[in-house]
Design a protein around this ligand. Structure first.
Ligand code: PLP
Length: 445
């Protein structure tokens, strides 16, 4: 890692404050107080003052293989010296993009054999909107246009992605969602389960989809989109009854099932994809983040034969694509990243070793007087903070996000990156985290 005394932190902060507009930040409130991160290795990041901080969020849920993997940098360098950029429009291809498409198809469930590349998860979800509508047009059902999504879901920040997402503060800025997108309940048992058991509540939440389809008419509904486990919404782990019921409803009502794997894909839940963990067969899977461990921006949509056969087979040209679809250097980064995940058996490790190890320690935090629930699946977890342990009904009175944000800043000062969502604290560490580092994470939480 770089040495911190090379940095004049105050000057960097002031320059940052002068011109840099941070995403998802109250810039005025931030002022010249940015945290300046200058290095990363394994699960650790280092700031400009020399503090080592345990990256309990894998960046933004993405650095599966940890920071500072030389072999990814070498692969990108080698690719850039050969062909730094070329596009994949107009009948053109190049070796890294075709190899990556082949690789992702080989990792995906057997019925999914096509990959459309994008630059991010948001672009992947915009692509989804266009693909599902195109599919139903070609099937002779042009009225099947509406997409059902979930409250508190997150599918990105573009107009399409934020519309699919169910974050009301985002909808409030810029007249979202766009027409043709509706939101139903989330399977958030701790917050919304009332007196029902998790199993009963899982069925109830899933049947909100059935009710919505029936209210609109299945002939108007194109697709349902959801994350296997809601990430940015607060690591909302669905009861085990939820996904099988969702799959049944989509199948019986002829609705395309879109499973957003941007966070859960590439090992986070101990399978290559979250949908495999929950035993459902998606028609489309948006991916990003763990595809390249965030070393370079790249995303995509993995497409089932059912959809590809129609949109490619019958549709002619699909007027859609991005300048950076299949960017050669990003594809090289993704290939090197996937090679590490395979060689180090990180997916099996999450399922059989470090996942169960960290989960046991994490759940023990549920004994703390201010923790209402300590939940974790694979390597993503949340602590629901409560003022008193008298059941799930008693919550903090503070405005939305205050408690989590306060604890997030406290954890950072304590040398741990966590995320605050409403009244919960979130972790999603790199898949390479060691047993000792997992102990350290729990000690600092
Ligand atoms: N989908 C999910 C489930 C996400 O968590 C995110 C980002 O956090 C996105 C989509 C958007 O991805 P990006 O930020 O790469 O556009």
């Amino acid at each position: 890692m770089p040495t911190s005394n090379l940095y004049d932190t105050q000057s960097l902060r002031e320059r940052d404050a002068a011109h840099h507009w941070h995403p998802f930040t109250d810039t005025k409130e931030l002022g010249a107080n940015s945290r300046v991160i200058v290095g990363g290795e394994g699960v650790w990041i280092e700031d400009s003052e020399g503090n080592r901080i345990l990256d309990g969020m894998a960046g933004l849920w993405c650095t599966q293989v940890g920071h500072g993997r030389r072999e990814i940098a070498d692969a990108v360098y080698a690719q850039m010296t050969k062909l730094a950029y070329y596009n994949t429009f107009f009948k053109t291809t190049h070796p890294p993009v075709l190899e990556l498409a082949e690789k992702v198809a080989s990792l995906a469930p057997p019925h999914m054999n096509r990959v459309f590349f994008t630059g991010s998860g948001s672009e992947s979800n915009d692509t989804v909107i266009r693909m599902v509508r195109r599919y139903w047009d070609l099937k002779g059902k042009p009225h099947k246009k509406t997409i059902i999504a979930r409250r508190n879901g997150y599918h990105g920040s573009t107009v399409g992605g934020a519309s699919l997402g169910g974050m009301t503060p985002m909808h409030g800025q810029g007249d979202l969602p766009i027409p043709g997108i509706v939101h139903i309940a989330q399977p958030y048992w701790f917050g919304e389960g009332g007196d029902l058991s998790p199993a009963e509540f899982g069925l109830k939440a899933a049947r909100a989809l059935e009710a919505a389809i029936d209210a609109f008419g299945a002939d108007r509904i194109a697709a349902f989109i959801a994350e296997p486990v809601q990430g940015a919404g607060g690591v909302i782990i669905p009861p085990e009854t939820y996904w099988p019921e969702i799959a049944r409803i989509c199948r019986e009502r002829d609705i395309l099932l879109v499973v957003d794997e941007v966070i859960c894909g590439f090992g986070r839940l101990g399978e290559w994809f979250g949908s495999v963990h929950f035993g459902v067969e998606p028609d489309l899977m948006p991916i990003a983040k763990g595809l390249s461990s965030g070393y370079l921006p790249i995303g995509g949509v993995v497409v089932s034969d059912r959809v590809a056969d129609v949109v490619i087979g019958e549709g002619g040209e699909f007027y859609h694509g991005y300048t950076y679809s299949g960017h050669p250097a990003a594809c090289a980064a993704a290939l090197a990243n996937l090679a590490i995940i395979e060689r180090e058996k990180l997916v099996d490790r999450v399922r059989d070793d470090i996942g169960p190890y960290l989960q046991a320690r994490w759940r023990a935090l549920g004994e703390h007087p201010l923790v209402g629930e300590a939940r974790m699946i694979g390597l993503m977890g949340a602590l629901e903070l409560v003022p008193e342990k008298t059941g799930r009904a008693v919550r903090f009175n503070a405005p939305l996000g205050d408690v989590g944000a306060l604890c997030r800043d406290f954890a950072f000062a304590n040398g741990l990156v966590m995320r605050g969502v409403r009244d919960s604290m979130i972790i999603s560490p790199p898949l390479v985290i060691s047993h000792d580092e997992a102990d350290e994470l729990v000690a600092r939480a």
